[in-house]
Ligand binder design. Structure first.
Ligand SMILES: Nc1ncnc2c1ncn2[C@@H]1O[C@H](COP(=O)(O)OP(=O)(O)OP(=O)(O)O)[C@@H](O)[C@H]1O
Ligand SMILES: [Mg+2]
Length: 364
């Protein structure tokens, strides 16, 4: 039997795609900072679910490592600060002696037992001291440290401790880069917190929807990467169904590919069938999570938009919800920041997540 071609699409969270659609700016800005061995790059990636934050962090981490940086990739969960120390030691093990010897003799049982940072602050100094020790040794080797933090969550105390300690690293002229990624409302709250003045100077990259030509190019290149081709008609159809959404690009491509994996061309029929399956998967994997994060008032706001096919005016919303303009403004802001809705120049609202309107309608 003929061996099927390999499917080059990557519809998994956090997977680095075969080709990044768009994102040139962020890639070139951050990569050149690594190449130039910049001392204090601080960048924020902001965008809704499935827009490619984790994929970018992973890719840039790999590239930094290739350029000689030591890289600590962590998520903003409890134990993050300890994780940064351990990931740094792990990534720098070829340069510096780690504390593993100490751990084996039981001096540092905390490290082994996974004991975490103490919120009362006693070990905050310790954390900074330990990091300084590591950074001193990296500095002697002329190597910089990149810390990436995914799923930024301001409710985590360790988050603000990381940021405030990072400011000290910068002041002490240590070569430490900090790149953080999160959903818009988490990043907004981070920027609204006590570290605001410092973070306002961070480079902020909004990972918005992809332009049609960006989707088109990446889709075609990915198909070719797998050793097949796609004609213009099928490509146009794919671009339309993907609607600028990176995760959809991968889901649709993956499903369409599997229709006839041994054919030389992906056809319009393959794309249509793939789009249908992809839409269902998108609902399971993105919409359910997004919906669960919405408040009751958010949901009522969206339900009141469903009857309009394209856009909803503020006046209609006020009427349907029986609420004043201030209420609309508050919830509009929340929903725009979560990437669920967008606002036109005329001040009308629309669903920004492709297919989410139908999803909400289906739940009503
Ligand atoms: N620019 C891009 N071009 C093509 N595919 C992409 C791009 N960015 C991300 N992807 C793909 O989209 C999917 C989602 O990416 P990723 O998991 O990084 O999103 P995310 O923003 O971290 O989502 P979440 O907020 O749910 O964690 C992955 O399958 C990834 O390969
Ligand atoms: Mg992610």
């Amino acid at each position: 039997m003929q061996q099927g071609t390999f499917n080059p699409f990557t519809p998994e969270f956090g997977k680095v795609p075969a080709y990044f659609a768009g994102r040139e700016q962020v890639l070139s800005d951050v990569l050149s900072a690594f190449e130039e061995q910049a001392t204090n790059l601080c960048a924020l990636f902001v965008g809704p679910r499935g827009c490619g934050k984790t994929a970018l962090l992973t890719y840039l981490g790999n590239e930094a490592s290739r350029l000689g940086w030591v890289v600590a990739n962590v998520s903003a969960t409890s134990g993050m600060l300890e994780d940064i120390v351990q990931r740094t030691e792990e990534s720098a093990s070829h340069l510096i002696a780690t504390s593993s010897e100490k751990r084996l003799t039981g001096v540092n049982i905390a490290g082994l037992g996974g004991a975490t940072w103490n919120p009362r602050g006693e070990s905050e100094a310790n954390w900074r001291t330990r990091m300084n020790g590591l950074l001193d040794r990296l500095g002697e080797a002329g190597v910089g440290l990149l810390i990436t933090v995914d799923e930024v969550d301001v409710s985590l105390d360790e988050m603000s401790h990381l940021v405030s300690t990072y400011q000290h690293f910068v002041r002490e002229n240590r070569k430490v880069a900090l790149v953080m990624a999160g959903l818009p409302f988490h990043i907004s709250s981070l920027l609204g917190g006590k570290n605001t003045p410092f973070l306002r100077r961070a480079q902020r990259f909004d990972l918005s929807s992809l332009a049609p030509y960006e989707v088109e190019e990446a889709f075609r290149l990915t198909v070719e990467e797998g050793g097949r081709l796609i004609n213009e008609g099928a490509l146009t159809e794919a671009v339309e169904a993907i609607n600028g959404f990176p995760f959809m690009l991968q889901l649709l491509g993956y499903r369409a590919w599997r229709m006839h994996p041994d054919d030389a061309f992906l056809t319009v029929e393959d794309i249509r069938a793939g789009a249908q399956r992809a839409q269902r998967e998108l609902e399971d994997r993105i919409f359910d999570v997004t919906y669960a994060e919405l408040s009751k008032a958010d949901r009522a706001f969206l339900a009141a938009m469903v009857q309009d096919e394209k856009v909803t005016s503020r006046a209609d919303l006020m009427g349907r919800l029986g609420k004043p303009s201030g209420h609309i403004s508050t919830y509009k802001k929340r929903l725009v920041q979560s990437g669920v809705i967008g606002e036109t120049l005329n001040g009308d609202f629309y669903f920004a997540l492709p297919g989410f309107r139908e999803y909400i309608a289906g739940r009503e």
